[in-house]
Design a protein around this ligand. Structure first.
Ligand code: PLP
Length: 388
């Protein structure tokens, strides 16, 4: 049997073993961690909906009406009216003929990609795509062509050279470690020229970008039945799960063939009810996106001209690239000692030499919360320079 104790010790020796921190109470900007209150810039709860009372009430009401369990897969007896309602609301909101719920974004990508392409087909994937896109592409058994991040010339070359019958271009719509937005219109133009489908994973854009938070594709102002839109529901929407939105026949094909849809228990109806309430809140509480923009301005202006200026980002993700791994870790710990929780991200999650703090903002942060982070970073910029 493999020696897992030795394998773990090797992680310790490389300083890459990760620890879970136990949070109590609701998610929000201030987290109770082992009895200590930490001001966190660490979650994907961009709009602050994870503890929204209306959404929690919708879930509680659904529990009273429908209980807790999904009970069966959708194609047996688990497909509930609450799923239908949530799917209609999502399709209407993002402006596509049909939408389909999945239990997570991870399951959506690992089920959808192998349902769209298979052996002898070709996938074209951005080098910075999320792990579950990489896994979905591998599971599909199609040829995987990775193009350098957002490099449309390289993508065009690969598409032009491919003789595969079915081609799928897949990209994060917002890249999770940099917060930059994919060139949606250019991607679509290439897919039209080379007869490819375009799967856009908008895990970090749905709810945040575009008119009323309709997402990155709505922000780009493009409509096409080649676009397979994937939104996740555990980030800005504050609940759990994911959905695919697009052409009605394509979505029906996924109902038939996406294995992570067919061979899994249906998402609990209470989750679908919460999702529908979240779509309503996303559409009607536009002030949450305005707050997010105001916080981004505070952060940007505060760090402008400092040792660590922010990269341009229209999203809630604001990396502070510090370079060296130990500096990133040192900063994370120094912030933590000041009661601030900002995760450090190191290679291989990001390219070598680009270790960073990944600041994520939430509409539930106050202006003072953001200023506290700016002040701490300014102080640490001086202190760590002196130390180095
Ligand atoms: C978080 C994330 C996912 C996974 O979604 P879950 O619902 O958390 O499983 C997929 N794609 C991207 C780009 C993500 O950031």
């Amino acid at each position: 049997m493999r020696d897992f104790r030795a394998a773990l010790a090797a992680l310790d020796a490389d300083g890459i073993r990760r620890k879970r921190r136990v949070v109590s109470g609701p998610q929000g900007p201030v987290l109770d961690v082992d009895g200590e209150a930490l001001l966190a810039f660490a979650s994907n709860d961009y709009l602050g909906l994870a503890s929204h009372p209306k959404i929690a009430a919708a879930a509680a009401d659904a529990i009273r009406r429908c209980g807790v369990g999904g009970a069966a897969s959708h194609l047996i007896s688990g497909h509930h009216e609450e799923h239908e309602r949530a799917e209609s609301a999502l399709a209407r909101f993002v402006g596509t003929p049909r939408a389909l719920l999945f239990s997570s974004g991870y399951m959506a990508n690992t089920g959808v990609i192998p349902a769209l392409v298979g052996r002898g087909d070709a996938v074209f994937s951005d080098a910075l795509n999320h792990a579950c896109i990489i896994d979905g592409a591998r599971l599909s058994r199609a040829d995987v062509n990775v193009y350098p991040h957002a490099d449309m010339n390289a993508l065009e070359d690969l598409l032009a050279r491919s003789s595969a019958r079915n081609r799928l271009v897949v990209s994060d719509a917002v890249f999770s470690m940099d917060g930059d937005v994919a060139p949606i219109a250019d991607l679509l133009a290439l897919c039209e020229r080379h007869d490819a489908l375009l799967l856009l994973d908008d895990a970090h854009g749905f709810g945040v970008l575009g008119p009323d938070g309709r997402g990155t594709v709505a922000r780009a102002g493009v409509v096409s039945d080649r676009i397979v839109y994937l939104g996740t529901l555990g980030k800005a929407a504050g609940v759990a799960g994911a959905f695919i939105a697009g052409d009605a026949d394509l979505v029906e094909w996924l109902v038939q063939r996406a294995r992570t849809y067919v061979f899994t228990t249906a998402m609990p109806p209470m989750v679908a009810a919460a999702v529908r309430a979240a779509v309503d809140v996303i559409a009607t509480e536009g002030w949450r996106r305005e707050r997010l923009d105001a916080h981004a301005r505070t952060l940007r202006e505060g760090l402008d001209g400092s040792r660590w200026p922010l990269l341009p980002s229209e999203t809630a993700i604001h990396p502070v690239i510090v370079g060296a791994n130990d500096l990133a870790m040192q900063l994370m710990q120094a912030l933590r000692a000041r009661g601030l929780w900002v995760p450090a991200i190191r290679p291989p999650t990001v390219p070598a030499g680009t270790a960073r703090l990944r600041i994520s903002l939430s509409a539930n942060h106050s202006g003072d919360d953001v200023r506290r982070l700016v002040d701490a970073l300014a102080t640490l910029a001086d202190e760590t320079r002196t130390a180095a």
